[in-house]
Design a protein around this ligand. Structure first.
Ligand code: ADP
Ligand code: ZN
Length: 611
């Protein structure tokens, strides 16, 4: 006799209530209908098919694109006593035989398979002979060519409808945009499926973007000051930067591991494994890293280079704080980054149309960087989910940007571009504005120009900021064939003629110098887990116990209990079986397995405190 959904949620998963529309999705699927679920990372997609899998008779088949993802979910499920298995190339042969045997005797609740294996005639034939409760298609955006995770094998999945017309299908993804969604519906034949779209607001992530000035130094200080106890991901644009940065962090006392496509597969796998298994590991990766990482307690994601679109930024930063606890998305960027990305774009052999799309995506990303208002408003607006109020949880809400009237400065900068013939890059233009007698100035007789030395009232860094903002906001173009020389365009005319004014932002260089650290103190508080001073010893002890148990079983610590559950214990300090079962995330199976040991530890601390 199978249980009701709410009982399964409470007893097996140890949670009290469904989150968002989880309950509705589960109802839909349990009644035999198809569903498409769009939820942000960490929203709780897995429960949408795991609960029905336990409620409905038969075995649920879960399609997943990556072995790492399957293993992670199976670890989690087995920990709470659920019969879940996977069939993929990494499973030893005799193990596969056992699993198939259990499949036939109805002993498996969830079976995870890769799409290419599922769609073989042999596998389908096996499924004909058992009772399939539902098909769950995880990471469903892999069916879309528009996204960057396209997997041709996913296209085959459309055949499931004809083959198993009576079995409900549920497709899930964290990719929000309309085009991808449409492709999922079309390609998986989900026209009759009810679509559930959750908010894409990741309220627990604190967004921070500032200017780059010796980025690696800034990064190191950020980690040391704010996240020295935490796991995090650092993204860089190139393999070389990844290696350099990892090495630099290691040399400065962090535990950092590189990850990029240029490394041997074995090494990469090893580093990823350590990241998931060990505490306080920082992975430094190229922008591609991340799919297949379900680690819930990543406390920060840092970008040392500018991502090329808001989608990419959202997805990468989304790997922070899947457990819903405070996390930081931190980024530094500068004029160089903008030029580099534009260069990559224009040198790629994309079609004209795709180049234009890429261009628009980059412009949107730059707008997010240069905005003076609330970052979350810009971010969610991009995903067609306007946010009425400022969020209160981004750098610009906490410390509003200072702006200044940059009209005069911009005009000087633009006329310097014009007078020098639109042939020079930013560094030389600034030399001219500052009136520096450099070799290049002499060579081109630029000391004779009317713009020579007219900018002495600003410093070099300030001029760089003016130019960066003019480039980022599209007032001037960068000619990449011409070694980064700036060119005027139509957009800047009114400004140059004095018909328009411009507000520029005061730059903020987080952690660029020791002095700026104070400025960011308010922000630093926001993206961190806060444990009261008096609770710290118990918190550490709980973590140690969790780690011991994890090592005994060879699973990541969060699989035993995640931080959220551990914080729940810290708050409630349960010393009895009953009290422990009340903590969110403690289900029957884990209570049986670990309840005793955690209770004992907590009561030891309570006794010590009483003495
Ligand atoms: P997603 O797959 O959407 O990224 P997960 O399914 O991994 O998200 O869920 C994220 C976290 O939220 C997990 O730790 C999960 O156990 C927890 N969670 C999901 N649903 C609930 C719920 N109803 N109540 C409490 N915690 C939940
Ligand atoms: Zn905000």
């Amino acid at each position: 006799m199978k249980d009701t959904a709410l009982n399964v949620l409470k007893n097996t998963f140890g949670y009290d209530t469904f989150r968002g529309f989880q309950g509705e999705v589960i109802d839909e699927v349990c009644q035999g209908r198809d569903a498409l679920v769009l939820m942000p990372t960490g929203g709780g997609k897995s429960l949408c098919f795991q609960v029905p899998a336990l409620v409905m008779p038969g075995t649920a088949i879960v399609v997943s694109p990556l072995i790492a993802l399957m293993e992670d979910q199976i670890n989690n499920l087995q920990q709470i006593g659920i019969r879940a298995e996977s069939l993929h190339s990494g499973v030893p042969f005799d193990e596969q035989m056992r699993i198939e045997q259990e499949l036939f005797t109805g002993h498996i609740d969830l079976l995870y398979v890769a799409p290419e294996r599922l769609m073989t005639e042999m596998m389908l034939h096996k499924l004909d002979q058992i009772r399939v409760s539902l098909f769950a298609i995880d990471e469903a955006h892999c069916v879309s060519q528009w996204g960057h995770d396209f997997r041709p094998e996913y296209l085959q999945l459309s055949r499931l409808t004809q083959r198993f017309p009576a079995v409900p299908r549920i497709a899930l993804t964290a990719t929000a945009d309309k085009r991808t969604r449409q492709e999922i519906v079309e390609r998986l034949g989900l026209q009759n499926a009810r679509v559930f779209i959750d908010s894409f607001n990741r309220a627990n992530i604190f967004y921070r973007i500032s200017q780059k000035k010796q980025g690696k130094q800034q990064l190191l200080r950020f980690i040391e000051k704010e996240h020295s106890e935490d796991s995090g991901i650092v993204y860089c644009l190139s393999r070389k930067r990844v290696d350099d940065t990892a090495e630099w962090l290691n040399a400065n006392g962090c535990k950092a591991l590189p990850y990029h496509a240029g490394m041997p597969a074995e090494q990469r796998k090893h580093n990823q494994h350590r990241f998931i298994q060990e505490d306080r590991v920082i992975i430094v990766a190229t922008l591609a890293f991340g799919m297949g990482i379900d680690k819930p307690d990543v406390r920060f994601v840092a970008h040392l280079d500018l991502p090329r679109s808001i989608e990419a930024y959202y997805q990468e930063t989304g790997r922070a704080g899947r457990d819903g606890l405070p996390a930081t998305a931190w980024m530094v960027y500068g004029l160089q980054d903008i030029m580099l990305l534009r260069q990559i774009r224009s040198s790629s052999n994309l079609s004209q149309e795709l180049q234009r799309v890429e261009h628009q995506k980059l412009e949107a990303m730059l707008a997010l960087c240069e905005v003076s208002g609330c970052r979350r408003q810009v971010l969610l607006e991009y995903f067609d989910e306007p946010l009425k109020e400022k969020c209160g949880n981004c750098d610009l809400c906490v410390e509003p940007a200072q702006t200044w009237d940059g009209t005069e400065a911009a005009r000087k900068a633009l006329s310097c571009v014009y007078r020098t013939g639109q042939l020079f890059g930013v560094s030389h233009l600034i030399d001219v504005l500052l009136g520096k007698q450099t070799a290049k100035v002499k060579q081109f007789h630029h000391e004779q120009l009317t713009t020579f030395g007219i900018g002495a009232d600003y410093k070099q860094a300030e001029w760089r900021s003016v130019f960066r903002q003019l480039v980022a906001r599209g007032y001037v173009n960068v000619d990449l064939e011409g070694h980064g020389s700036l060119k005027l365009n139509n957009r800047c005319r009114p400004l140059l003629k004095g018909e328009e004014s411009i507000e520029l932002r005061q730059d903020r260089y987080e952690y660029a110098t020791v002095k700026t650290i104070k400025v960011t103190a308010a922000s630093a508080e926001k993206g961190r887990l806060v444990v009261e001073e008096e609770d710290k010893p118990l918190w550490e002890a709980l973590r140690v116990l969790r780690k011991e148990l994890a090592e005994e079983q060879g699973v990541p610590a969060y699989v035993i209990f995640n931080d959220r559950t551990l914080l729940g214990m810290l708050k409630a300090k349960p010393v009895s079986h009953d009290a422990m079962s009340q903590v969110s995330g403690v289900g029957e199976f884990k209570l049986e397995q670990y309840g005793e040991r955690f209770c004992r530890l907590i009561s030891e601390f309570a006794e010590q405190a009483a003495e």
